[in-house]
Design a protein. Structure first.
Length: 131
């Protein structure tokens, strides 16, 4: 007997199952940090998710917007992930990330403060090597 798709699922589990995050723990951490919103409201990792809801995820420089089309029973392959979510991210978001690849690499997590002298020297070495 085939298992039926659930009516609701945890937000962190869905984000992991459709391959937005590499691990479920990273998805939960993003929710706790306020990087994930459901219908414009900050969401906890345990929030119940239903089909038709809109999710906004801040990943680095990109803000992705997704429409929930379905709830997978388990993690799906990259080709099947499109069956469960519709990417509504504007093309400008992807262009912004392509325009500033170094900026995304150099981005520091909130609360780390200014770079140390050692950090600055490593950044300078990296930038000098690229040119």
């Amino acid at each position: 007997m085939a298992a039926e798709a659930p009516l609701t699922d945890r937000l962190d589990k869905w984000l992991w199952a459709v391959r937005l995050f590499k691990t479920r723990g990273l998805a939960a951490d993003a929710c706790r940090a306020g990087s994930v919103q459901v219908s414009g409201q900050p969401a906890k990792p345990s929030r119940d998710l239903r089909g038709g809801e809109t999710i906004t995820v801040h990943q680095g420089l990109i803000t992705r917007t997704l429409l929930v089309r379905g709830l997978p029973l388990r993690r799906v392959g990259p080709k099947l992930a499109a069956d469960y979510c519709e990417d509504q991210t504007p093309p400008e978001e992807f262009a912004k990330a392509r325009k500033e690849p170094v900026q995304q690499f150099l981005a520091r997590e909130k609360g780390l403060g200014r770079p140390t002298k050692r950090d600055r020297r490593e950044i300078d070495r990296l930038l000098d090597a690229e040119i």
